[in-house]
Design a protein around this ligand. Structure first.
Ligand code: ZN
Length: 322
C-alpha cells in the first residue's frame, strides 16, 4: 500500500542510471520524517491507553523499511544509507527500541538465530512484501511473550539485542502519499494521507486528534459493526460520534491537549464546509465540537486511576470502574 503511494508521488525520481539529485534525496527524507512523526504520535496514543484496550500487542517502537520498497534503489540508499536491505528507518523516542540504544539506520541481520539475508539478492522489483512478511513474523514471535534475540548491523558493527517490548493497543499506522485530505481505519490499521498531514501543519496535538479519532474506530470495532449493520447510514453516524467522543480521552491520557481536537475540527470544517471526512453520514463540524466539548467537560469531573482517565466507551478495559 505504502509502496504504491510512494510511486505515485515519486515516479519522476525513477530515472535509470543517473545519480540521485539532492532534491530527490530530500523528498525521500521528507517522507521518512513524516513516517517518524506519525509513528511517535501513534505510539504515544497506543502505549498510554494500553490498560483500556482489549486487543494489545508488544511493540518495539520503531519503523522498518526495505530498500526495495522505494521506486528508486539508488536514491533510497543515498537518502537512508541502508546498512542492510531491511533497516530501521525511525525509532520512537522513549520506546523499547530506543531504550536499548537501537538507532535509525541500524540494519536487521537476524532474529532468534534466523538470518534475514536469504532473499536479499532479489532486487529487481519494487515491493514492500519482504518487509511486511518480516513485520508479520516479528509480531508473531512477540505475541509469545518471550524476548526476541536480535542481531543488528550498527555503527559499531554487528551487535546483539534482547528485545522485550511492553504492550500497546493493537493498531498500525502509515502515511498514504496521496495529496487529498483523508484518513481511514480498517479495523487494524490507521491511514493518514500526506495531504492531511500537511493541512494539520506542525501542531502535533492536532495530528494526534486525527490519529486518535481513527484509532478509536479500531478500538471500538466499528468496521465489524458496520458490516452487520442493517441501517448503515444511521450506524455510520453513531460510530462517528463514538470515535469523536473517545478520541479526546485517548489524547488526554497520552498527554495531548484534547482541545486541539476542537481546533482541528473547526479549521477543517471551515475549509471543507462539512464535518471531517463527511459524506452525509457525519455530524456538521459545529455539532462535532459540542460532542467533544461535552466529553472534555466529563473528563474534568472524572477521577484519574493510576494517572489515567478511564474512557467510558472502553469499559471493557481492566482499569474501568463501571
Ligand atoms: Zn471517523
Amino acid at each position: 500500500m505504502r509502496a504504491l503511494a510512494v510511486v505515485m508521488m515519486l515516479c519522476w525520481s525513477a530515472v535509470a542510471h543517473s545519480a540521485p539529485s539532492s532534491d530527490q534525496i530530500a523528498a525521500y527524507r521528507a517522507l521518512g520524517q513524516q513516517d517518524l512523526r506519525l509513528a511517535v504520535i501513534s505510539h504515544r496514543l497506543a502505549a498510554a491507553n494500553a490498560p483500556f484496550c482489549e486487543r494489545r500487542e508488544r511493540n518495539p517502537g520503531w519503523v522498518l523499511h526495505d530498500e526495495i520498497q522505494y521506486p528508486d534503489l539508488e536514491t533510497a540508499r543515498a537518502a537512508f544509507g541502508f546498512r542492510q536491505p531491511i533497516s530501521i528507518s525511525a525509532v520512537v523516542p522513549g520506546g523499547a527500541a530506543d531504550q536499548l540504544g537501537i538507532k535509525a539506520g541500524d540494519g536487521l541481520v537476524a532474529f532468534d538465530d534466523e538470518m534475514l539475508g536469504a532473499d536479499t539478492e532479489v532486487r529487481s522489483k519494487q515491493s514492500a512484501e519482504r518487509v511486511e512478511n518480516i513485520q508479520r513474523e516479528l509480531k508473531q514471535k512477540l505475541a509469545t511473550g518471550e524476548p526476541i534475540k536480535l542481531t543488528l548491523d550498527t555503527v559499531h558493527g554487528k551487535r546483539p539485542f534482547n528485545l522485550s517490548p511492553p504492550e500497546v493497543c493493537t493498531s498500525h499506522f502509515w502515511v498514504d502519499a496521496r495529496s487529498n485530505l483523508d484518513a481511514g481505519a480498517d479495523g487494524d490499521g490507521v491511514r493518514i494521507t500526506e495531504g492531511l498531514m500537511t493541512f494539520v501543519g506542525t501542531d502535533d496535538a492536532e495530528l494526534a486528534a486525527v490519529v486518535a479519532h481513527e484509532l478509536s474506530h479500531n478500538l471500538l470495532g466499528h468496521r465489524k459493526r458496520l458490516k452487520s449493520a442493517r441501517r448503515r447510514t444511521k450506524e455510520v453516524l453513531a460510530t462517528e460520534i463514538e470515535a469523536d467522543r473517545l478520541s479526546v480521552w485517548l489524547m488526554a491520557n497520552a498527554g495531548y491537549d484534547p482541545k486541539a481536537a476542537l481546533r482541528f475540527t473547526e479549521r477543517h470544517g471551515r475549509k471543507t464546509g462539512l464535518g471531517i471526512f463527511s459524506d452525509g453520514t457525519h455530524l456538521r463540524w459545529k455539532n462535532r465540537l459540542k460532542v467533544m466539548q461535552a466529553e472534555i467537560d466529563l473528563m474534568a469531573a472524572t477521577p484519574k486511576q493510576g494517572g489515567l482517565l478511564p474512557p467510558p466507551l472502553l469499559a471493557g478495559g481492566e482499569l474501568a470502574t463501571q
